[in-house]
Write a protein that binds this ligand. Structure first.
Ligand SMILES: Nc1ncnc2c1ncn2[C@@H]1O[C@H](COP(=O)(O)OP(=O)(O)OP(=O)(O)O)[C@@H](O)[C@H]1O
Ligand SMILES: [Mg+2]
Length: 385
C-alpha cells in the first residue's frame, strides 16, 4: 500500500480530515464513497472518499493530471464514475444525468454564448423554469448587480474583459440558486491582479449565498486563501483533507509537504519515538510509529528555523554557515550548510531587521535551532526529491 492510499483508508472517521483535524460541524451535503474512475485501463481516480459540509468552500488542489477535473465532473454527472457512490443532500445521485442534478458550474474558459448579450447569457438557465419575462428580467438584474455588472447587461461577451466574463459565468451558474456550485479553475486564465481581486469577490459572494462550493485549482495560494478545507490530490488519490493552516503546518505526507509552500528535506535515522539523528545531531521531534533504525526524512519550513537568541547546547541546536543570501523584498532567504548535519543544506528565512542587527552575511557562522514542534518526520520511502 502506498502512503497515499494509507492516507485515504486511514480516514476511518468521515467527520475528520485525513490529518485528523476536526471537520467543520454541520450537515454533510455531499458524500463521495469509494469512487473510482477509469479511462480505458488508466485509473484517473482511485477509491475516493470525501464528505463536504453544507455551506462549505472546498478546494481540490493538486498537480496537473492528478484527477481534480475528473472528480468535479463526476460530481456534476458529466463523466460518470466507473464505481462508487455520490450522495447530494441525502439523495443518491450516482446515476443521475447532469440535467437532473442540482448544481451550477463555471469553467476555466468562459464558455459564454458569444452571440448572446450578458443579460441573455445569465437568463439562459432561467428560461425553462416557468418564470414570467418580468421575473426573469428582475432576477437577471439582481444577479448582475450581485457581481458588479449591473450596467453591462446589453454588452456581448467579446466586449468584456476576462474578469468580467468570469463574473457573468458566475452569475449564470448561480442563477437558479443551485445547492452546489462547482468551479473548475475559474481564475486561472486571468492576469494576477484580477485573479486576486476575484478571489475575494467569489469568496464573499459564496459566503453571502451560503452555497456549498467546490473549486478546482492547481494554485496553492488560491486554495490557502479561499478554502474552508483543502483536498490535496496526487495521481488519482487524496493525500490529505484539512483546513489550510493544518495542511500547511502539518502536511500528512511528504508529497503534501513538498507541494505546498517551501520545505527543507533532510535525511536522518529514527532513534526512538521522539528522536531522529541527522549527521551528528540528535533532534527531538515527533517520530512515533517509525521503527528505531529506520531511515527517515525530516522536513522543516524556512520560516521555522530559529536564528536568533539560540544558545549553543540547547535542544535541537547546531552550528551552520551561511552559504548564500537571496534578497526577496521583505526578507532574505539564506542557504545554510552544517557539518554537524552531514553537510545538509537548509533554506532559512531571515527578516531584514535580523540581518541588519546581527550583520549577517555570506560566510558567517551561527547557531540555529529547529523547534521540535515544527519538525515533520516522514518515512524515507515517501521522498522523491
Ligand atoms: N476523457 C479522457 N480520456 C482519457 N484520459 C483522460 C480523460 N480525461 C482525463 N484523463 C486523464 O485523467 C487524468 C486526470 O485528468 P484531470 O483532467 O482530472 O486532471 P486535473 O487534475 O484536472 O489536471 P489539470 O490541472 O491539468 O486540469 C489525466 O492523466 C488525464 O490525462
Ligand atoms: Mg483540470
Amino acid at each position: 500500500m502506498t502512503i497515499a492510499e494509507s492516507a485515504v483508508t486511514s480516514e476511518t472517521d468521515p467527520g475528520r480530515g485525513a490529518s485528523g483535524a476536526p471537520a467543520p460541524t454541520g450537515k454533510t451535503y455531499l458524500r463521495i464513497e469509494r469512487l473510482s474512475k477509469m479511462f480505458g485501463t488508466f485509473t484517473a481516480l482511485h477509491d475516493i472518499n470525501l464528505e463536504i459540509y453544507e455551506g462549505e468552500f472546498v478546494c481540490f488542489l493538486g498537480p496537473s493530471g492528478c484527477g481534480k477535473t475528473t472528480l468535479l465532473r463526476a460530481i456534476a454527472g458529466l463523466d460518470i464514475q466507473t464505481s462508487g457512490r455520490i450522495e447530494q443532500d441525502g439523495q443518491d445521485i450516482s446515476a443521475l444525468p447532469p440535467a437532473e442534478r442540482d448544481f451550477g458550474i463555471v469553467f476555466q474558459s468562459y464558455a459564454l454564448f458569444p452571440n448572446l448579450t450578458v443579460a441573455k447569457n445569465v437568463a439562459y438557465g432561467l428560461e425553462n423554469r416557468k418564470l414570467s419575462r418580468a421575473d426573469i428580467r428582475a432576477r437577471v438584474a439582481e444577479l448582475l448587480a450581485l457581481v458588479g455588472l449591473g450596467d453591462q447587461s446589453d454588452k456581448y461577451p467579446a466586449q468584456l474583459s476576462g474578469g468580467q466574463q468570469q463574473r457573468v459565468a458566475l452569475s449564470r451558474a448561480i442563477a437558479t440558486s443551485p445547492g452546489l456550485l462547482l468551479l473548475d479553475e475559474p481564475l486561472s486564465a486571468l492576469d494576477a491582479k484580477v485573479r486576486v481581486h476575484l478571489r475575494h469577490e467569489i469568496r464573499s459572494l459564496q459566503q453571502r449565498l451560503g452555497v456549498t462550493t467546490v473549486m478546482v485549482t492547481h494554485d496553492q495560494e488560491e486554495a490557502l486563501t479561499m478554502a474552508d478545507r483543502i483536498v490535496v490530490m496526487n495521481q488519482g488519490v487524496i493525500e490529505q483533507i484539512g483546513p489550510p493552516v493544518e495542511i500547511y503546518r502539518r502536511p500528512a505526507t511528504a508529497f503534501v509537504a513538498d507541494f505546498i509552500g517551501t520545505m527543507n528535506f533532510v535525511p536522518g535515522v529514527a532513534e526512538g519515538p521522539d528522536r531522529v539523528r541527522v549527521g551528528r545531531v540528535e533532534l527531538e521531534c515527533e517520530a512515533s510509529g517509525i521503527a528505531p533504525g529506520a531511515e527517515v526524512t525530516i522536513a522543516v519550513r524556512p520560516e521555522d528555523i530559529v536564528l536568533q537568541d539560540v544558545e549553543p547546547g540547547d535542544e535541537n541546536t547546531f552550528e551552520v554557515q551561511i552559504g548564500s543570501m537571496e534578497f526577496l523584498g521583505s526578507f532574505f532567504r539564506a542557504e545554510l550548510t552544517g557539518e554537524a548535519i552531514a553537510d545538509a543544506r537548509l533554506r532559512a528565512d531571515m527578516s531584514i531587521n535580523l540581518v541588519r542587527r546581527h550583520g549577517l552575511e555570506e560566510g558567517r557562522r551561527l547557531h540555529v535551532k529547529l523547534p521540535r514542534e515544527r519538525i515533520r518526520v516522514y518515512p524515507q520511502s515517501t521522498i522523491n526529491g
